[in-house]
Design a protein around this ligand. Structure first.
Ligand code: GLA
Length: 690
């Protein structure tokens, strides 16, 4: 379509908008309905952060006897030399079952596939805990579900401590001293410098979880010494950045292997940098407790213990306790089935279609697995692509939909047309699902019902809102026509790796059809879905919430388009320009106010303003929310009570997996590479002591 035709179509569309606005009838929005009661099955034991661990030197350290064989064979320095000066020490009193014993495997089943190991250039490891066990970050938030609210702040991790300058504009961060990558190379400020300058600040590199200068309040970075650096901010005390240093943002990669491949340091191109560590590259150096030693495509990923891991228990035993980790490359649904059957060890039960069957099996006293429900922390929303200046390069039809997406009456039509009760019941009957207004979930500490605007299901209002948006069925074929006369067709992007996403999307198609909006599905899997989502190649999107909607403090920057790529629904065009609507600017202001203050009352107010603005303007249509359950094989010890499958992070982090163990008499002998350690980076597989 030529430019003239395209703008004429748009002008007609806009005219239609004002013409219809006069006669529309719409029900008033209401307060959100009370979600059905669903008590979490176990409550966390609340503690202060300092009860969990400390950094301290111990008089002596130990390791599995078979690892000492590597030391004796001259293949590894003694354990005390492999550990930092002051390792991170988990306190015995905070371990549910106390210090553990070595051995055994945790057998995961996952639906993702590893693309390659360059997380920093955007490669996915396949999720389901593969990356959570490999990358370590400056701070840690997963275990915060167990921390007293008065002490709620991120846990130190690779950042051992931090301090604010008096004016609050400079944050000085001290790294753990003397920790090493899994290949023995020193971890120090060089790794941070590379991450900051050549990943965050390099526009040609987008790390997997999207960290950008906006994530860190556009700070300026400076090195102080090998274990110290500063960030200087335009505003005072943006404490929120400490949360943005947890998984999956400030998790530096090994500069000693990444840097030589980066085009600014002699690497050929950004393309070769991205692909320098393909998924068959074994023993990629990590700070995590395990290292990938084997990958059989579509079959399994195997990890072995990292002999340089920098965390120990109070008795001096180097962690982790588990020697091996498996990730069967299957489907997310199979993860539930195998975990309850006992052929897998772990699942986040998160697809309600599997709840009844899983509950039945787990209720049998002979069941190999424990199943415990947590808070209602899983939620799905339908997002509207709200860029009208070119993000995702829409064609004329797509552009017309973008204009509609930016029309509040149109968004109201969609939310009025959504029968959330029916949608939830189509996944599972019972007290699990609750209609969701969108924005913060009810299980979030910042959630405020009084600031939440809910548009209840009402087809007449939906039709009135469509009319107000200039859309009516002029040719009587059951589908509303845009002002130019054509049927309105909207594409809905959905992740087909999950049955739940697909079922919700189909529900949306049916409900929209009832009011005359024709929706066609674009179902994509894995990285294709992520790429389409991030490139803006969609009109509407059904999406399972990330952390920001359940924790509010983790991933906060993503709650508004405060940077060119922070919000999922509105990103910059190719020229880096944003065309924010006034209400989106209000969302940005609220998030900036939240991020920019440490006054608790001001933060509560800022989140209320955000929630009101988000829900009143139907930024996204809340679909359904429900609790998830952690399924874990009964042989595992040190699983903290009340660990939610999702809150500040996924359960794979929440359970503090490096201190999980299996009592000796319950170990199953399923190790695929017993008594081996990771080999040199890039070499094939693990190595034996002799
Ligand atoms: C996927 C799964 C989640 C969780 C995460 C961890 O998204 O669906 O349950 O395992 O991976 O990253």
């Amino acid at each position: 379509m030529t430019f003239q035709v395209r703008s004429a179509a748009m002008a007609a569309l806009l005219l239609g908008v004002s013409a219809g606005a006069v006669q529309a009838e719409m029900a008033a929005p209401t307060a959100p309905p009370e979600p059905p009661k669903f008590e979490a099955q176990t409550e966390p034991v609340y503690v202060n952060r300092s009860d969990i661990f400390e950094f301290k030197a111990l008089p002596a350290y130990s390791e599995p006897a078979w690892v000492t064989a590597f030391v004796d064979a001259g293949k590894l320095p003694p354990v005390a030399e492999r550990l930092p000066k002051e390792p991170l020490i988990y306190k015995a009193a905070n371990m549910p079952d106390g210090p553990g014993v070595y051995g055994d495997v945790m057998r995961h089943v996952i639906g993702g596939r590893p693309e390659g190991w360059n997380f920093w250039a955007g490669q996915s490891y396949g999720w389901g805990g593969i990356d959570i066990g490999l990358v370590e970050c400056l701070t840690r938030t997963g275990p915060l579900f167990t921390v007293n609210s008065e002490d709620l702040q991120p846990l130190p991790n690779l950042a051992k401590s931090w301090e604010w300058s008096e004016d609050g504009k400079t944050l000085t961060i001290k790294l753990i001293e003397g920790a090493k990558w899994s290949d023995g190379d020193a971890f120090d400020v060089e790794d941070i410098e590379f991450y900051w300058n050549d990943v965050i600040m390099d526009e040609n590199v987008t790390p997997l979880m999207g960290a950008s200068p906006a994530t860190y309040n556009n700070a300026t970075f400076a090195v102080v010494d090998p274990y110290t650096f500063t960030l200087t901010f335009p505003d005072a005390f943006p404490e929120q950045v400490l949360y943005a240093m947890a998984y999956g943002n400030f998790c530096p990669g090994p500069a000693h292997v990444l840097k030589p491949k980066h085009p600014k340091h002699g690497g050929e191109s950004y393309e070769t940098f991205l692909n320098a560590f393909p998924s068959d590259f074994m023993n990629f150096p990590t700070m995590g407790a395990w290292v990938v030693v084997e990958h059989r495509p579509d079959d399994i990923v195997v990890k072995r213990r990292n002999p340089y891991y920098w965390k120990v228990d109070e008795t001096g035993q180097q962690l982790p306790y588990l020697d091996e980790m498996h990730f069967r490359l299957s489907t997310w649904g199979d993860r539930d089935v195998q975990a309850v059957a006992g052929t897998g060890d772990f699942s986040n039960l998160e697809q309600p279609e599997n709840y009844v069957e899983s509950l039945k099996k787990a209720a049998d006293p002979a069941s190999p697995a424990r199943l415990a429900f947590g808070p209602r922390s899983i939620g799905y929303q339908l997002f509207f692509n709200q860029s009208a200046n070119g993000w995702g390069e829409p064609d004329a039809r797509g552009q017309a939909v973008r204009e509609l997406n930016r029309n509040l009456d149109f968004r109201k039509a969609v939310t009025y047309a959504m029968d959330r009760q029916r949608l939830g019941d189509s996944l599972v009957k019972g007290p699990f699902t609750a209609p969701y207004a969108g924005g913060l979930l009810t299980s979030t500490s910042f959630y405020d019902a009084g600031s939440t605007v809910f548009y209840s299901f009402d087809e007449a209002s939906a039709k009135g809102a469509l009319e107000a948006a200039g859309l009516s069925d002029t040719d009587g074929n059951g589908v509303v026509n845009v002002a130019g006369g054509e049927d309105l067709t909207v594409t809905l992007l959905v992740n087909s790796d999950y049955a739940t996403d697909g079922n919700l999307a189909e529900g949306v198609v049916a409900m929209m059809s009832d009011v005359g909006i024709k929706v066609t599905l674009n179902s994509l899997t894995g990285k294709d879905f992520d790429n389409a989502r991030d490139a803006g190649a969609w009109d509407w999107l059904v999406l399972r919430n990330n952390q920001e909607y359940v924790s509010a403090v983790q991933g906060t920057a993503n709650l508004a388009p405060i940077g060119p790529m922070t919000a999922v629904w509105h990103r910059a065009n190719g020229a880096g320009e944003m065309d924010l609507q006034p209400y989106e600017q209000q969302l940005v202001d609220a998030i900036k106010a939240f991020i920019g203050t440490r006054d608790p009352a001001a933060r509560i107010e800022a989140m209320k303003t955000w929630q009101k603005t988000f829900t009143e303007n139907v930024t996204a249509v809340g679909l359904t929310s429900y609790p998830g359950a952690l399924i874990i094989n009964k042989r595992f010890a040190n699983i903290p009570a009340g660990a939610p499958i999702f809150m500040y992070n996924w359960a794979e982090d929440n359970i503090i997996r490096e201190r999980v163990f299996v009592p000796a008499d319950q170990q199953i002998g399923a190790e695929l590479h017993p008594q081996t350690l990771p080999g040199a980076p890039g070499s094939a597989g693990p190595i034996a002591a002799n």
